[in-house]
Design a protein around this ligand. Structure first.
Ligand SMILES: *[C@@H]1O[C@H](CO)[C@@H](O)[C@H](O)[C@H]1NC(C)=O
Ligand SMILES: *[C@@H]1O[C@H](CO)[C@@H](O)[C@H](O)[C@H]1NC(C)=O
Ligand SMILES: *[C@@H]1O[C@H](CO)[C@@H](O)[C@H](O)[C@H]1NC(C)=O
Ligand SMILES: *[C@@H]1O[C@H](CO)[C@@H](O)[C@H](O)[C@H]1NC(C)=O
Ligand SMILES: *[C@@H]1O[C@H](CO)[C@@H](O)[C@H](O)[C@H]1NC(C)=O
Ligand SMILES: *[C@@H]1O[C@H](CO)[C@@H](O)[C@H](O)[C@H]1NC(C)=O
Ligand SMILES: *[C@@H]1O[C@H](CO)[C@@H](O)[C@H](O)[C@H]1NC(C)=O
Ligand SMILES: *[C@@H]1O[C@H](CO)[C@@H](O)[C@H](O)[C@H]1NC(C)=O
Ligand SMILES: *[C@@H]1O[C@H](CO)[C@@H](O)[C@H](O)[C@H]1NC(C)=O
Ligand SMILES: *[C@@H]1O[C@H](CO)[C@@H](O)[C@H](O)[C@H]1NC(C)=O
Ligand SMILES: *[C@@H]1O[C@H](CO)[C@@H](O)[C@H](O)[C@H]1NC(C)=O
Ligand SMILES: CC(=O)N[C@H]1CO[C@H](CO)[C@@H](O)[C@@H]1O
Length: 849
């Protein structure tokens, strides 16, 4: 007779294990040649089986855990996608000693193993979370795929600082000290290092990164009361997404992917490095990264070089004639709009690697220096020259880059054949003209400086009154671009006691002044600044170190007691709004389409420089027609950049002012939704301005003509109907309009005002789109403008939700310590702004120059 007790026990055991069922028995085998051999999770969400190379590059087989039986979504690969390649008869065995082994069928050679033999493995199972674990008799994990990730993280997987994602030469880790997300090339070069700016307040003990099921990358720690959000996927909280995961791709970028139900394909919803060419070594040694219509492209610097592998341009290039066999015949080959990135970065302290010199000297110095393989001359006003001696050089070419690079070669330079298109030819002609203008302007300015300088010196050399000041106005100081410090008295005199007011911006009133050397200047009296003297000077230094044709130049400053003033170059033609939104009586002020297009392009270039190319990158935060000034030639110059950081967030006056600005319709939705402010917020504002440049109407204007809808929304509807003519300014005469340019501008503006920051292009891309270098797809409807009118200083909840898709249940996205004061403007905390500008821009931009 059966003893009832063991039977009962058996029953209990089976019952309690049924939730984790689908156990894999020791001795089980998966075989690549049998498509039906697989281990599945209890509800069949995940499957452990053999797949063929997901990239399609080879015929190799991989033992992988895949999602939803879909071979193109492997979330874990035995040995990783580089070392785990096996043949078509390979097997994966869970041996009775507890080791998991992948062997090639042909040679029986070991490809990969879990190294868990003799550690008491009693069972193994694949869970519905996607984790495959080997467990001992008391069901404690001995080894698991979550603890040994390859290149992917899925929700419910904890990624700690002991873990690494790898793909090829790239790896991803959490920094031990700061909890930052770091991406490395060859285990040594950081090209992305970004996280929360809270290192000062958090002592990380066990930081752990997760991708939440609604699509937010969060960081948790024992010390924190709750997880902190680091990155948002563009479709976060979208309920139709069934799986999200973070993956380190083989191009070195870390991305969040979404997999929608029934869509069968994955989409990218966030990338760590927004500019793929900024991924170190993306194009290999001596490869140059640039963009064509479809994406990043790798090429060789010139025909003096050849690809290492004809079939894979990412493998890099080699020089055809070795420099060592070239005594005396070396020359420098010039590449415009190119920077060379090397590792280790040249040390600014070492004046043989980085120094200030002219363009020609930067070229010739390298030619006579050994070892020097190339050099980069920055044309951003600093005149810095970087000498490249490293044995790994990675280049980046973009029409928006103001720098020129040189490669040392043997013999005559043989440039790459130009990509000839009618468009290019037109642009080249235009460029030549632009160059002539630039040269003429420069010569004129130099002449003027000399004449004025010597006249001035002649007049005042004997005047003791000016003796003290002359040092300040020395030519040398002007040439170095250092801002001049003025006394408050001096500026009072200059502006005749602040008499002639030019306007009142968000940061204070602006007055006209005439400097001692008769230069007309605009003097801005800052309000609401409570920063210390030192901080103010630092910001002034940052602002004045930005030199660009399309940025208003800072001449000097004053910091005395509580007075804080900035002195800018004076713009004859005032701000753009005066020209765009004029009434009939000033019809003399209508701008031609050509000027408008140049203003749009100039503005975009100025902002690109602020975002991507200057040394301390800046998010403007307040782009609007009032802040775009025009010189006598109607060149656009962006003003008021770098000021957002100076304002004390506790100053209520400023808040009020900001909220008034907010009503003007240029603020990106993330300002209202308390999301991090990034350079993409500027892109949004630029998009609104661009639409206004085309239409001559305020984007938030509501009238009967626009069916009582906000202009920007109505404009999209007309555009969608194909009725673009309705959008552009009636005051422009039809025959002078370049319809192709207008169409481009309209489409670009709709891309820029997309609600999701990640859908908006970066400014560099905007420049390329406007120039017609990059194709522009049809923009989707910008949801953010569908509702509208945010009025007054208070914004009600309904208008916030209309601006964002955050479900009410979604956790409030918060930075560690942003001040949670009631009212919408708590989001405009300087901290947010600072984080935006530092984490997203500096880390990328500074990584490898
Ligand atoms: C196993 O086979 C694959 C595909 O043929 C091959 O690439 C790999 O080098 C082999 N590995 C070993 C260890 O033999
Ligand atoms: C299983 O592993 C856990 C943790 O390592 C250990 O405490 C336990 O004793 C092990 N059980 C057996 C049966 O070895
Ligand atoms: C991840 O970490 C959290 C908190 O630290 C813990 O509750 C959870 O069980 C962990 N998940 C896994 C799969 O280890
Ligand atoms: C962080 O520290 C842990 C344990 O000390 C170590 O295993 C890990 O490799 C370190 N990670 C980095 C990125 O240095
Ligand atoms: C990566 O680093 C190792 C050791 O530092 C070096 O030997 C190797 O050449 C590097 N790889 C490349 C592609 O430069
Ligand atoms: C972090 O650690 C340091 C040194 O152990 C300690 O002085 C400091 O108070 C800690 N900070 C926090 C926020 O716990
Ligand atoms: C852009 O470059 C890629 C990679 O070289 C190429 O496959 C693609 O066809 C190019 N696209 C265009 C429009 O030239
Ligand atoms: C340098 O160039 C000249 C003319 O092209 C050639 O005759 C000479 O052999 C070259 N010298 C070397 C060292 O290559
Ligand atoms: C006049 O003085 C200011 C301040 O030093 C300087 O920036 C400006 O270039 C000078 N103008 C001329 C024409 O020299
Ligand atoms: C703009 O500048 C030009 C050139 O100095 C001048 O002729 C024109 O009158 C100015 N326009 C306005 C509206 O001030
Ligand atoms: C960590 O990230 C913050 C913010 O992104 C950045 O300011 C800081 O420099 C990073 N830390 C390191 C060590 O690079
Ligand atoms: C780079 C950056 O923005 N760092 C700031 C982080 O926060 C501390 C104070 O919390 C500031 O002092 C840093 O300047």
């Amino acid at each position: 007779m059966l003893n009832p007790l063991p039977f009962f026990l058996l029953f209990i055991t089976a019952k309690s294990f049924s939730t984790v069922a689908a156990d894999v028995q020791l001795g089980s085998t998966l075989s690549a040649s049998d498509p039906n051999s697989k281990w599945t999770s209890p509800s069949q969400t995940f499957t452990f089986t053999f797949i063929t190379d997901p990239s399609g590059a080879s015929s190799a087989h991989f033992a992988a855990i895949i999602y939803d039986n879909s071979p193109n979504i492997p979330i874990w690969i035995a040995g990783g996608s580089d070392l785990g390649a096996a043949d078509s008869t390979a097997t994966l065995r869970l041996l009775s000693n507890g080791n998991l082994e992948l062997r090639n069928g042909s040679s029986n050679s070991l490809v990969w193993q879990s190294s868990t033999s003799g550690r008491g493995t009693a069972s193994a199972s694949l869970d519905d979370s996607g984790n495959f674990a080997l467990r001992n008799a008391t069901r404690s994990d001995i080894w698991s795929t979550f603890d040994n990730p390859t290149d992917t993280i899925v929700p419910s997987q904890n990624f700690t600082r002991n873990h690494v994602l790898r793909n090829g030469i790239y790896s991803f880790r959490l920094s031990n000290s700061t909890g930052n997300l770091t991406l490395l090339w060859n285990e040594s070069i950081f090209y992305y290092n970004s996280g929360l700016n809270s290192s000062a307040t958090v002592n990380w003990t066990s930081p752990s990164l997760t991708i939440s099921p609604i699509g937010i990358i969060t960081l948790s720690d024992l010390h924190l009361s709750g997880p902190l959000s680091l990155a948002y996927s563009s479709d976060y909280a979208d309920a139709t997404i069934v799986l999200r995961f973070v993956k380190l791709d083989n191009d070195g970028n870390l991305r969040i992917y979404s997999f929608g139900k029934g869509s069968g394909s994955k989409t990218v919803t966030w990338s760590a490095v927004s500019d793929q060419c900024r991924v170190f070594g993306y194009c290999g040694n001596l490869g140059i990264c640039g963009y064509n219509e479809t994406g990043p492209v790798c090429s060789c610097p010139s025909q003096n070089f050849e690809p290492v592998d004809q079939r894979d341009s990412r493998k890099g290039c080699k020089i055809k004639v070795d420099l060592q066999n070239c005594q005396g015949n070396g020359t420098m080959m010039q590449l415009d709009h190119t920077v060379l990135l090397t590792y280790p970065p040249e040390s600014v302290a070492d004046n043989t690697q980085v120094f200030s010199t002219g363009f020609q000297a930067c070229k010739s110095n390298c030619l006579v220096t050994n070892p020097c393989l190339g050099s980069t001359s920055l044309a951003d006003g600093t005149g810095f020259c970087y000498q490249k001696t490293s044995n790994f050089i990675s280049g980046y070419q973009s029409p928006a880059l103001p720098s020129t690079s040189f490669f040392k070669i043997c013999g005559q330079p043989e440039p790459n054949p130009p990509v000839l298109s009618a468009d290019n030819v037109k642009r080249d002609g235009w460029r030549l003209k632009a160059w002539i203008v630039v040269v003429v302007v420069l010569v004129t300015i130099l002449g003027l400086i000399l004449v004025e300088g010597s006249t001035w010196w002649w007049c005042f050399r004997d005047s003791p009154k000016f003796g003290g000041m002359s040092a300040q106005y020395a030519l040398l100081e002007y040439a170095s671009g250092a801002p001049v410090q003025f006394s408050y008295k001096e500026l009072q005199r200059t502006t005749k006691g602040f008499k002639e007011k030019l306007g009142a911006g968000g940061f204070g009133a602006v007055y006209k002044g005439v400097l001692a050397n008769r230069t007309v200047a605009a003097v801005k009296q800052l309000e609401g600044i409570e920063q210390g003297e030192k901080q103010f000077r630092m910001e002034v230094a940052t602002i004045s170190s930005t030199h660009h044709l399309n940025l208003v130049r800072l001449i000097g400053f004053c910091s005395e007691g509580r007075h804080r003033l900035l002195v800018y170059e004076f713009m004859k033609n005032g701000s753009l709004d005066n020209f765009l939104f004029t009434t009939e009586e000033h019809s003399g002020k209508i701008l031609s389409w050509e000027s408008r297009y140049n203003i749009a392009l100039g503005t975009a270039r100025g902002i690109t420089y602020l975002h991507e190319e200057c040394r301390d990158c800046i998010v403007h935060c307040d782009i609007k027609p009032e802040n775009i000034l025009l010189d006598e030639n109607y060149n656009a110059k962006v003003s008021d950049f770098g000021l957002a950081k100076l304002i004390n967030p506790k100053d209520h006056r400023y808040r009020t002012l900001t909220s008034v600005r907010g009503t003007r319709g240029y603020l990106a939705p993330e300002w209202l939704a308390n999301l991090p402010i990034t350079s993409k917020s500027d892109v949004y504002s630029f998009g609104m301005v661009l639409l206004e440049i085309v239409s001559g109407k305020r984007n938030f204007e509501v009238s009967a003509e626009t069916n009582n809808k906000k202009f920007s929304l109505w404009a999209y509807e007309e555009f969608d109907k194909g009725n673009t003519e309705a959008i552009f300014d009636k005051q422009l005469s039809k025959n002078e309009i370049d319809i192709e340019q207008v169409m481009r501008a309209i489409q670009v503006s709709f891309w820029c005002i997309q609600e999701q920051p990640s859908q908006r292009p970066v400014m560099g891309k905007v420049v390329q789109m406007l120039e017609g270098i990059t194709d522009i797809g049809k923009p989707p409807i910008p949801k953010g403008v569908t509702d509208g009118s945010v009025s007054g200083t208070s914004i009600n909840a309904s208008s916030i939700s209309a601006f964002s898709t955050i479900a009410p249940s979604a956790p409030a996205p918060s930075s560690s310590s942003s001040v949670q004061t009631p009212g919408i403007l708590s989001s405009v905390s300087a901290r947010n702004t600072e984080r935006a500008s530092s984490s997203l821009l500096q880390s990328e931009a500074k990584s490898a120059l």
